[in-house]
Design a protein around this ligand. Structure first.
Ligand code: KIV
Length: 284
């Protein structure tokens, strides 16, 4: 059966039909091609690229230019998959004009299908403005990495009833503002279940347990792609390509040093006639 590309209408329908929504991050052309071939419902060009691709300590240094550049590579690779791109740090907190200018760049230059923004009631104005302009918005609550310096660490959110009530109120405000879906990151399974049950738009969990309408994980985390990847309780490692890459490169280095690569079959050769006219004699 041919897979239908996801739309924001289908996102909602999948929730109604209780079909789990699968999302993975991707940041470049090959990862996007592979994610699409593997059959994900949507790709998130997360600003987690700051950590896993650019080597920053947090997502704070990531710029709108970074996001546009990586989104363009992803949409070239996954042209049949719904692509959501993070609005990076502080690009949707100033004027509405500036918010729209940044979101429009992601849509027009990156060719994304939607943008994602972190935050609750405080970003409702930005969400409404984008939705009014025809830009679908995925919201993001719970642990919001762009506010890491304010939160003070990567901690589970919604652990007491007051925090839980705030998350629920924020989720409702974001749905009301027109968000088509909400990522819930690092929240207790109980609060994720409560929010999921109260909304008509789907929730996509990461470290939020099994009750959300979908799941999202970081490409590099589930594939062991990188060096010294910290294992996180909520991540399952499905492959270990970091080890495979390291072993492959080490063997290449060894073979070049030993002069066993390139072998005869990897070289290009002149025809015998051409060799003769070059040297004036046959070398065979
Ligand atoms: O940037 C990102 O990859 C994200 C996911 C962790 C949801 O926001």
């Amino acid at each position: 059966m041919e897979k239908k590309a996801l739309t924001i209408t289908r996102f909602k329908k999948m929730k109604q039909d209780r079909i789990p929504i699968t999302v993975i991050t991707a940041y470049d052309y090959p990862s996007a091609c592979l994610a699409e071939e593997a059959g994900v419902d949507a790709i998130l060009v997360g600003d987690s690229l700051g950590n896993v691709v650019l080597g920053y300590e947090s997502t704070v240094p990531v710029t709108i230019d970074d996001m546009v550049y990586h989104t363009r590579a992803v949409t070239r690779g996954a042209s049949s998959t719904f692509v959501v791109t993070d609005m990076p740090f502080a690009t949707y907190h100033g004027s509405i004009d500036l918010t729209l200018k940044n979101a429009v760049r992601i849509m027009q230059e990156g060719l994304a299908n939607a943008v994602k923004m972190e935050g609750g009631a405080e970003i409702v104005g930005a969400v409404e403005a984008c939705v009014r302009a025809g830009i679908p918005v995925m919201a993001h609550l719970g642990l919001t990495p762009q506010s890491i310096h304010q939160i003070g660490g990567y901690k589970v959110q919604g652990k007491n009833s007051k925090q839980a009530q705030k998350l629920l109120d924020d989720a409702k405000a974001l749905e009301q503002a027109g968000a088509f879906s909400i990522v819930l990151e690092l929240v207790t399974e109980e609060i994720a279940e409560l929010i999921t049950g109260k909304l008509s738009i789907p929730t996509i969990g990461i470290g939020a347990g099994a009750a959300t309408d979908g799941q999202v994980l970081v490409f590099h985390d589930i594939l062991g792609y990188g060096s010294n990847i910290r294992t996180k309780k909520f991540v399952k490692t499905y492959a270990n390509i970091g080890d495979t890459i390291r072993t492959g490169i080490a063997q290449y280095v060894r073979e070049v040093k030993e002069r066993s690569f390139p072998a005869k079959e990897h070289a290009f050769h002149l025809d015998e006639d051409e060799l003769q006219s070059l040297y004036g004699i046959s070398r065979s």
